[in-house]
Design a protein around this ligand. Structure first.
Ligand SMILES: Nc1ncnc2c1ncn2[C@@H]1O[C@H](COP(=O)(O)OP(=O)(O)OP(=O)(O)O)[C@@H](O)[C@H]1O
Ligand SMILES: Nc1ncnc2c1ncn2[C@@H]1O[C@H](COP(=O)(O)OP(=O)(O)OP(=O)(O)O)[C@@H](O)[C@H]1O
Ligand SMILES: [Mg+2]
Ligand SMILES: [Mg+2]
Lengths: 226, 226
């Protein structure tokens, strides 16, 4: 499903060059559950954006479903993204003018779902994240953690085969955080793939595969122990 | 320094009314260190915005340095804020076009500091939060945790007597989180006042006074035990 071969991502600011990703190699099979941990600024979000076809490597190759993404134009990447990938951004990127329900409904509208089917799924997703009573609130009428939960519901809207979650519990208390993780892990139980970036070791250790990032380099901890 | 008497803050969305704060009473003396914990949506940010003179109660009284804030107009509140309060917002609110250094320098420029003095303090503050090598990056060229640390450095720029921090470590790994807390607690050691909202019980328990919020109501846990 996913193969990164010697992938680097560089940024230049003034005369300084940052190696956000530095010779990263990674294979992910369908149905796997991985966590990615590492210090602030180590490259986690950059990795997730690349995996999510939102960014392109400067060096190396990224094969998605066996296809070299370097050969695909932006429209093609956007189509692949909409069909296969659910993304929970670190800072949510909700549409400010839409309500919570409107934000969750948007992917389904873009995918041509009929109204009754959309409405039923929106209601179920908002209930699943504990926000049935905030459906009509816009993002600026929600608390930080509530916005985060809307972003999670939206990422699951089209039942994607690959879920990429960038610190999905950073603005939640421990109880709500564990509930959200249960919801995301239910995805894996249905045979889908989950990549979870987190700063919380307790959550990171729930994944059978654990990756660590440091200064753009990717390491894998021995599976499932400790 | 701070006295809230029967303070409520209500929001109306459609025909629904949310009690973000519900009959809150609170006294904070200079030099105190308090934490505020509670589930997502319980009113913590609303409380902090009110304390920070960024919002006004719908009912009840807020006395700041003995003055009833209801009698002060917005310009007066802004002056008090600039002179006395440092605020770390939950989602940072950095100025997008300014670099990290520019964001930290801004409060000092508004306060009329000469250039050499500003530059020296900006350098010291960015070093204190571990971002000396990111001074020229704009917010969109920084990771989530790096932006959070710029917001903390900016809040401390004018050495305020009251620091209000809304989940200042939500996007940081544990090590960076503890370092930031050491920095904020140094403020208390100099006799200033710190109010810390956090979802991390380990951090919340570092404060001698611990408040809990639930559905807009404020409770105080017995001091210092457990
Ligand atoms: N502008 C608004 N209009 C309507 N409701 C609002 C508005 N702002 C906040 N709320 C509601 O007020 C309540 C308190 O919000 P607040 O942001 O204070 O919560 P919080 O404790 O900081 O939560 P979190 O931990 O998720 O950040 C929430 O239920 C939220 O939906
Ligand atoms: N547009 C950009 N221009 C320049 N540098 C950037 C840019 N975006 C990110 N960086 C740098 O790349 C590095 C990796 O950033 P990334 O956002 O992937 O970190 P992260 O591991 O997600 O951190 P956090 O836990 O703080 O969110 C950081 O050092 C950051 O300063
Ligand atoms: Mg990140
Ligand atoms: Mg909040």
């Amino acid at each position: 499903m996913i193969r990164l071969e010697h992938v680097s991502r560089l940024y230049a600011v003034g005369d300084q060059v940052v190696h956000a990703l530095d010779d990263v190699n990674l294979v992910i099979e369908p149905g796997e559950y991985l966590s990615v941990m590492g210090p602030s600024g180590s490259g986690k979000s950059t990795l997730l954006h690349l995996l999510g076809l939102l960014d392109r490597p400067d060096r190396g190759r990224y094969l998605f479903h066996g296809e070299d993404t370097a050969r695909l134009d932006d429209r093609h990447l956007a189509r692949l993204r909409r069909r296969h990938i659910g993304f929970v951004f670190q800072f949510f990127h909700l549409v400010p003018r839409l309500s919570a329900a409107g934000n969750v409904e948007l992917p389904m509208m873009l995918d041509g779902w009929p109204l009754p089917r959309r409405r039923a799924r929106v209601r179920r997703l908002l209930e699943a994240v504990g926000l049935a009573d905030r459906a009509r609130h816009r993002p600026d009428q929600l608390s930080g953690g509530q916005r985060q939960r809307v972003a999670i519901a939206r990422a699951l809207a089209l039942d994607p085969e690959l879920v990429l979650a960038d610190e999905p519990t950073g603005n939640l208390d421990q109880a709500a955080g564990h509930e959200i993780l249960d919801l995301l892990e239910a995805v894996v139980a249905q045979g889908r793939t989950l990549v979870l970036v987190t700063h919380d070791p307790e959550l990171g250790h729930r994944a059978p595969r654990r990756l660590q990032m440091r200064d753009g380099r990717l390491f894998e901890s021995p599976g499932g122990v400790g």
